[in-house]
Write a protein that binds this ligand. Structure first.
Ligand code: RAT
Ligand code: ZN
Length: 431
């Protein structure tokens, strides 16, 4: 009986886009469509060339990625304090020795470096970094960037832009030409921190805010958001939030979110991205690698989606335990778009579980992945791994559909993959 759907095959053979595929053909069609489709990377920490040294790339940056730094201290007797006192080159060498020479690089983050070296035809078993350094030093960044994005099969990347970061602010203030492959995001983590910090920074940028958030402070924060929306032309605003996030909440941050951020998002028709569940600085000695994860109370998200139907929310949750709830909320609120398998979740076993759950509960109405790349070349392995992990998942999904009598075609698979990795995002952001 399994063949019923396949009996409806149209003339033109397997290559015809509307030909009903057999179970065998489904696998090769899925693999091929995933391998050849171009994706949008909707959350990264990468920067266009105009940002100069803020944008990270090359072997030393790849090796000192904070995901690897955290792994390094599991193998090395070096203390974090000793490590931080080294130059970047010496840090990279220590990590190479500990994670790649003395031990097998089998973790997701270490395999990623191996995959990048392989992609550039560089040795993965060298005792040192000389050859890799020579190769990366010889690249001109303006040409290297589009080459790497093409190798990763992505058309464009979304940056993370913090208007309260002193270095980044200078670049924006000078005025930059928009880059066709890089889109901006107005990131608000610093604005929503303990008010004494952003207060001084906003005041420093000429906004008449008060240290008690009194008087016309809220109007001035709105003016700040307006100015930065005009300057950056962001595709969304974004905040990462702790596992303890509550909403509504009678705190300065809760008030700014309610009275400034949400209205500005509506005014500029921008979604708000919330990444919930990080426990900042569980081990401060590890710096960027010192953050952890905690299960969040997603009623805060329920309150946002329910009480602000005119706002759109892109949402990623860091705790594995929150994933199912997020899918349930997405079924209740169509102003919520789940996205990505973030940070500690971006491992094949967990990505597989989350993605299957999302397809089963939401069909194709979610965004399966973003890279979160901090170093340019990471997009090569991160997107390759996503394609690899999704191949059996989508194959099984379409085989199940065919088993139930549905017609599965290459054209249908293409439409779905495009929706998952491009148009769910572009339609949500209106770009
Ligand atoms: O995944 C990461 O690199 C984290 O350090 C965070 O930056 C996270 O992605 C975030 O955007 O807050
Ligand atoms: Zn990130």
């Amino acid at each position: 009986m399994e063949a019923k759907a396949f009996e409806q095959s149209e003339p033109g053979g397997e290559s015809h886009p509307r030909y009903a595929l057999t179970a065998e053909q489904i696998h090769s069609a899925v693999k091929d469509v995933l391998a050849t489709s171009q994706f949008i990377d909707m959350h990264t920490h990468l920067y266009s060339p105009a940002f100069g040294k803020i944008g990270l790339w090359g072997i030393d940056e790849l090796l000192t990625y904070h995901y690897l730094e955290a792994e390094f201290f599991r193998y090395s007797a070096m203390t974090p304090e000793q490590y931080w006192s080294l130059s970047k080159a010496a840090q990279a060498e220590a990590i190479w020795q500990a994670l790649f020479v003395d031990n097998s690089p089998v973790s997701e983050a270490t395999r990623g470096v191996v995959a990048v070296l392989t992609a550039f035809g560089l040795p993965t078993d060298a005792s040192g970094l000389t050859e890799a350094r020579t190769f990366f030093r010889s690249q001109a960044v303006e040409e290297h960037i589009p080459k790497v994005l093409a190798m990763a099969g992505i058309t464009s990347v979304v940056m993370t832009n913090d208007p309260l970061d002193a270095e980044e602010q200078l670049v924006w203030m000078k005025g930059i030409e928009p880059h066709p492959q890089f889109q901006a995001v107005l990131r608000l983590d610093r604005l929503l921190r303990e008010w004494s910090e952003p207060w001084a920074m906003l005041a420093g940028q000429g906004y008449a805010v008060d240290n008690q958030l009194a008087g016309k402070s809220m109007a001035e924060i709105r003016r700040f958001l307006t100015d930065w929306c005009k300057r950056m032309a962001p595709v969304y605003m974004a905040i990462s939030l702790p596992d303890s996030f509550q909403f509504p909440e009678d705190t300065v941050a809760g008030k700014i979110l309610r009275e400034a951020v949400l209205p500005s998002c509506r005014e500029f028709n921008l979604p708000l991205s919330t990444m919930i569940g990080v426990r900042r600085q569980v081990n401060p000695r590890l710096r960027l690698g010192g953050d952890g994860v905690g299960r969040a109370d997603l009623r805060a998200l329920e309150n946002l989606c329910l009480n602000y139907p005119d706002n759109r929310f892109l949402v990623s949750v860091l705790s594995r335990e929150n994933q199912h709830e997020l899918c349930v909320y997405a079924r209740k609120f169509n102003n919520l778009m789940p996205f990505g398998c973030w940070w500690f979740l971006n491992n094949p076993s967990v990505v597989e579980e989350i993605t299957r759950e999302r397809i089963e509960m939401l069909g194709t109405s979610f965004i399966p992945q973003h890279s979160d790349a901090r170093v340019l070349e990471q997009v090569i392995y991160k997107w390759r791994n996503t394609r690899h992990t999704l191949t059996p998942i989508l194959t099984e999904t379409y085989r199940s559909l065919a088993r139930d009598g549905g017609k599965v075609t290459r054209q249908g698979i293409q439409r779905d993959v495009h929706r998952l990795f491009c148009s769910n995002f572009t339609e949500w952001t209106g770009r």
